[in-house]
Ligand binder design. Structure first.
Ligand code: AMP
Length: 398
């Protein structure tokens, strides 16, 4: 197939897009990408070519707030002249929840859209934003194929033991289960593990996706067998502004004793906790590392690393050992201090940091022969590339 693909990742306050070129059997090639951020307040737009050079930047003045629909109209206007004369093959969308039924991407028609909308109660903060552009594009360009790629899909092969909570059966059957997220990132990493090291492709690997959102995934033979996020994207590791795993008793306490409404408690756990909540300074790892001498910042960093190391221990138990640890996403790829501290805390698993290689970006950042002993690696993720690959593959099968 030859032509262009657009990939969209619509979140609660931003819409990211990438344009890819498909030609024959080769993986789609990124041409440019951009995003409208700050929807609701202080909207700004930027677009960059694949080599990082800036193509355009815009800011909307105070008081001129853009919502998601405005942002889509803006993007349509920005993209239309750039797509002229080229065939647009279709759109791929990141959709957070595919429920239990979807272990792979799907082509979206009206029935599928209704099915995905019925999953909104499982991810009320994300799913409606993911689906809105699909509906808008269907209304404006009904013949244009659209593909939904799910963050949950990669984990659907996990065992029932892993996916169920110890809750009454009726609650489990109503959909309260461990779903797991960041699946597109993990799937991409799994797809490149054979090039990273053969022992990782067929072995017991823990992938640490450490970005604004963060989770770990235990893989055997490149398949997910356990992950730290569960029913929602709040679970597992502390993140930039999310609390990570919490005794559910804390939530009752927030509601009953501190008199928070469910919405206030939810906003606190999603947006005011994690690195930001503990440090009181920032959710940005760059700023936290620069101010690590301040006691509250140091504490936030120590909690972050300690919890990652504890969860690595838990996933190593699920895997029955460890052959490799892979760091990816913003913090995993760029914060050498965080990697060094996590690897040091995982010495008991046989990992020994190679400080020089860690400082220069690896890819292998531990000592010894990875064929003989556990190793740690930096592997950049590419969720957009994975979306484009899936979209092209599904369009090709139509
Ligand atoms: P992501 O969600 O994958 O874009 O990751 C965002 C996180 O990566 C933020 O916490 C950033 O502070 C962090 N990050 C990005 N670049 C760097 C860097 N050079 N050093 C440390 N952290 C970084």
């Amino acid at each position: 197939m030859q032509g262009l693909l657009i990939v969209l990742n619509a979140g609660s306050s931003s819409i990211k897009f990438s344009v890819f070129e498909a030609a024959g059997d080769a993986p789609p090639r990124a041409l440019y990408e951009g995003q409208v951020e700050g929807l609701g307040s202080h909207a700004r737009f930027e677009a960059k070519a694949a080599d990082g050079t800036s193509l355009d930047e815009q800011r909307w003045p105070e008081g001129e707030d853009l919502d998601h629909a405005d942002a889509l109209v803006f993007l349509d206007g920005w993209l239309a002249p750039r797509l002229q004369g080229r065939e647009l093959l279709g759109l791929g969308h990141r959709v957070v929840h595919g429920g239990l039924r979807h272990a792979a991407p799907v082509l979206v028609d009206d029935a599928m859209l209704a099915e995905l909308e019925a999953l909104c109660p499982l991810a009320p903060l994300h799913q409606p934003h993911n689906l809105a552009p699909i509906r808008a594009v269907r209304e404006q360009f009904p013949g244009l194929p659209q593909v939904a790629c799910f963050d949950t899909a990669f984990h659907r092969g996990q065992s029932e033991v892993e996916q169920q909570y110890a809750l009454p059966r009726a609650v489990t059957e109503s959909g309260v289960r461990r779903y797991g997220f960041h699946g597109l990132s993990y799937e991409y990493i799994a797809s490149v593990l054979p090039q990273v090291h053969p022992r990782l492709a067929s072995g017991r690997v823990i992938v640490a996706h450490l970005g604004n959102g963060a989770s770990l995934c235990a893989m055997r033979d490149g398949r997910s067998i356990a992950t730290t996020m569960g029913f929602s994207a709040l679970d597992g590791l502390p993140m930039g502004t999310r609390c990570g795993a919490l005794d559910p008793g804390v939530v009752f306490h927030l509601l009953r004793e501190l008199k928070l409404s469910p919405e206030e408690a939810e906003a606190m756990l999603y947006r005011e906790s994690g690195l930001l909540g503990v440090s009181g300074v920032s959710n940005d790892m760059r700023e936290l590392r620069a101010r690590a001498a301040e006691p509250r910042v140091r504490l936030a960093l120590d909690i972050y690393v300690h919890r990652i190391a504890r969860e690595i221990g838990s996933l190593a138990a699920a895997l029955g050992g460890l052959d490799g640890l892979v760091f990816t996403a913003g913090i995993g790829e760029h914060s050498a201090e965080t990697r060094a501290e996590v690897v040091a805390a995982c010495g008991w698993l046989g990992l020994e940091l190679d400080a020089k290689r860690n400082a220069v970006g690896g890819p292998c950042i531990t000592q010894g022969d990875p064929a003989q002993r556990p190793s740690a690696w930096i592997v950049p993720t590419d969720e957009e590339g994975m979306l484009a690959r899936h979209t092209l593959a599904l369009l090709g099968r139509r």
